[in-house]
Design a protein around this ligand. Structure first.
Ligand SMILES: Nc1ncnc2c1ncn2[C@@H]1O[C@H](COP(=O)(O)OP(=O)(O)O)[C@@H](O)[C@H]1O
Ligand SMILES: [Mg+2]
Length: 320
């Protein structure tokens, strides 16, 4: 079972759109998918047709009372796809859990009984890096970062990747960023292309080849209570999310090592390398304004380079 959190602390970048439509596309390709909504806005729950104002039990009860997730698995109109809903009650949870012991691993414990019953668990996360997102990062092996390509706001990635690395170092050593999805790609402007080029340059193989173009049908889709694959089966939104789902499935072998306990490595630049990277970035075009910072934080390298990069301090030296 693959466990994937869709994370970006910025709102409106395509997390929910990707959670719902990647999930539905994976289900159409025969995978058994559970979409867990841990955003108190409940957007992916309502998108999948759940009336979030009339929920008796939701993710709130999972966090608050250790309710087993399987008791709130909702069937959807899509074969092979289930949703675990949230609503606004979840907004209070960060405060409620503040003094609870092991409050950052509640989600991890609650999804573990789902293992072997499903192929994919997808977490739609809130636009913050608070306790809910930390729970998500502790619970999964994989992070997918939806990134809007309409602004050059790559600086938010620094904070995001620092948080991922912090959780990896402390709570979840096998956590990895599987990839970045370029969302809301505007085919009419040069800006989207520039952003994509920059991500490719800085993050090497981390950018998914499948790009999610901006589309009216995707924007209209949430109120239809259906994923794009049903609302507009012939649209570019369906095409893009099906392409992404195929690419995610193709990556199964590549990510298998994340699921082997004890195989994880923290991959990052040394300070020296980061400084050099910053230096070489200085004269580039305006797209680059945040990139030195991004690279420092991310420290991602291409496949061949990975094995030569140092392990994080204190980590055991394990050869493959
Ligand atoms: N590819 C796209 N084309 C057009 N509109 C999009 C696209 N992706 C997302 N949107 C719209 O942008 C808004 C924010 O997307 P959403 O997925 O809710 O972001 P997040 O979950 O990160 O806050 C929503 O109104 C959504 O319908
Ligand atoms: Mg959302």
């Amino acid at each position: 079972m693959r466990t994937i959190a869709l994370i970006n602390q910025k709102g409106g970048v395509g997390k929910t759109t990707t959670a719902v439509n990647l999930g539905a596309s994976l289900a159409d390709l025969g995978k058994k998918v559970v979409l867990i909504d841990i955003d108190p806005q409940g957007n992916s729950s309502s998108w999948m047709g759940i009336n979030i104002n009339e929920l008796h039990k939701s993710m709130f009860n999972v966090f608050q009372d250790d309710l087993p997730i399987k008791e709130i698995l909702h069937e959807t109109s899509i074969e092979n796809m289930w949703v675990v809903p949230s609503n606004v009650t979840l907004a209070a949870i960060e405060r409620t859990l503040a003094n609870k012991l092991e409050n950052d691993t509640i989600l991890k414990k609650s999804i573990s009984p789902l293992k072997n019953q499903f192929d994919y668990i997808i977490l739609d996360c809130p636009p913050s890096l608070g306790l809910l997102t930390v729970n998500a990062l502790s619970a999964v092996k994989e992070v997918i970062i939806p990134l809007e390509t309409k602004v050059l706001a790559l600086n938010g990635l620094v904070t995001l990747i620092n948080t991922v690395n912090l959780v990896k170092d402390t709570l979840n050593p096998s956590l990895e960023v599987t990839g970045i999805v370029a969302c809301m790609f505007d085919v009419r402007t040069n800006l989207s292309n520039k952003v994509v080029e920059k991500i490719k340059e800085k993050f090497h193989d981390k950018l998914f080849n499948s790009i999610i173009r901006e589309s009216t049908q995707l924007a209209e889709c949430p109120v239809s209570s259906q994923p794009i694959t049903r609302y507009a089966p012939d649209s570019r939104g369906t095409q893009d999310y099906m392409d992404l789902a195929r690419e995610v499935i193709e990556g199964e072998k590549e990510v298998a090592r994340y699921y082997e306990e004890g195989e994880a490595e923290t991959i990052r630049h040394s300070d020296e390398e980061s400084k050099e990277a910053d230096q070489s970035d200085n004269d580039e075009d305006e797209t680059d304004q945040y990139s030195g910072e991004v690279e420092t934080a991310a420290g991602w390298q291409s496949g061949e380079e990975k094995s030569e990069v140092g392990h994080s301090p204190g980590e055991g030296e394990k050869e493959e």
